[in-house]
Design a protein around this ligand. Structure first.
Ligand SMILES: Cc1ncc(COP(=O)(O)O)c(C=O)c1O
Length: 361
């Protein structure tokens, strides 16, 4: 079933017909589902949807655009600004005054949580894995500037970072604080999708404005992309998605697919996502998270030298490498409008300065 909503062509959800098919929500119905959750405005929105004409020409493939989630603000931008608009009020409204977070030393999440905690006037205790003796650069430098209370673990301590953080939490409680250890709760694991359901509504307006057809969105196989998928499915849109895996840990089932019903319930949605909605490219991870591949280094340089888009070595650089490879391999239709979801991560380029500067194309 194809119906028309505004200027864009939309199809019935999942293409299923007849009894049992679920009618799509209108935009205002979806907006009102999101509006039921408490929200603290932090992100610079809407983020631009920008053409990448020089990359498109260089690759000789389909039209490529970029959704600039790297421009959300909140201490150098990224997808988490949308996440925290919903996460922080939820936690604060439950009476917590302190956030405890366990992350890797170059984590974007660590940095953006610090920024969000500051905005909300909450104390922020950050347990960073594999962080001892690292040079203070990239996200770690910003964590410091933002005043995060840092616990820099060495490789050995990192294996039991959860126990370390739990002990910290107990200590803070004994001192009268009300700490919220992010890794102990379900809400922080799924709330990122809410912000990106909202982003889906925003993107739909921009796609219509440009008259784009055959929309195909590439992004990190994660919660942000799932949020866009949720928006598309519940609005009955025919957008295609490709997720790019950037890490083996945690496995994607545990990270996103097992939470499809949790987010459906949280937002009271008629439909949720499944694996079939997000084909995942697994071949671009390389040795593992935090180890930049030569293809990612090439992709970072190519996006920068064509359309002046800076990608990061862990997440968006991997998606860009995948996108470039897929175009070169002829796996994308020339009639597609390919949207690269730039989820941020920019301070990490400074952590990888030496490797990036050595690259010779
Ligand atoms: C730059 C960047 N992109 C994407 C992701 C994936 O996040 P999510 O699963 O919340 O979409 C992260 C996670 O920290 C990130 O830092």
């Amino acid at each position: 079933m194809t119906i028309t909503s505004g200027k864009s062509s939309v199809t019935g959800n999942t293409g299923k017909k007849g009894a049992g098919a679920v009618a799509p929500l209108t935009r205002s119905q979806l907006r009102s589902r999101i509006a039921k959750l408490p929200r603290m405005r932090m992100a610079h929105l809407p983020t631009p949807l920008e053409e990448m004409p020089r990359l498109t020409a260089e690759l000789g493939g389909p039209r490529i655009l970029v959704k600039r989630e790297d421009m959300t603000g909140l201490a150098y931008g990224g997808n988490k600004a949308r996440h925290y608009e919903f996460e922080i009020p939820h936690i604060r409204d439950e009476g917590y005054d302190t956030l405890i977070n366990i992350m890797d030393y170059h984590s974007n999440n660590a940095r953006m949580t610090a920024a969000a905690a500051n905005k909300a006037g909450m104390r922020y205790v950050l347990v960073l894995k594999n962080a001892a003796h690292r040079s203070v650069q990239g996200n770690l430098l910003i964590d410091k500037l933002l005043g995060a209370e840092l616990h820099l673990l060495d490789q050995f301590q990192s294996e039991t970072a959860g126990d370390y953080a739990t002990k910290l939490k107990e200590k803070l409680e004994s001192e009268g604080a009300k700490p919220y250890l992010l890794q102990d709760h379900l809400f922080p694991r799924i709330v990122g999708m809410v912000g990106f359901v909202d982003a889906g509504l925003e993107l739909l307006d921009q796609i219509e404005e440009l008259g784009l057809q055959n929309v195909h969105i590439f992004g990190v196989a994660g919660r942000s992309l799932c949020g866009l998928i949720l928006a598309a499915r519940n609005l009955g849109l025919d957008w295609k998605f490709t997720g790019v895996q950037v890490t083996y840990d945690p496995p994607l089932d545990e990270y996103i697919f097992q939470h499809s019903n949790d987010i459906k319930a949280l937002l009271d949605l008629p439909l949720t996502y499944s694996k079939a909605d997000m084909p995942v490219l697994t071949q671009y991870v390389g040795e593992g998270y935090g180890i930049m591949t030569p293809e990612v280094a090439e992709a970072i340089h190519m996006a920068a030298r064509t359309d002046a888009i800076i990608c990061d070595p862990n997440y968006t650089g991997t998606v860009m490498a995948a996108l470039i490879d897929q175009v070169r391999e002829g796996n994308l239709g020339m009639d597609e409008s390919v949207i690269f979801l730039h989820t941020g991560g920019l301070p990490a380029v400074f952590t990888f300065a030496e490797q990036l500067a050595k690259w010779k194309g």
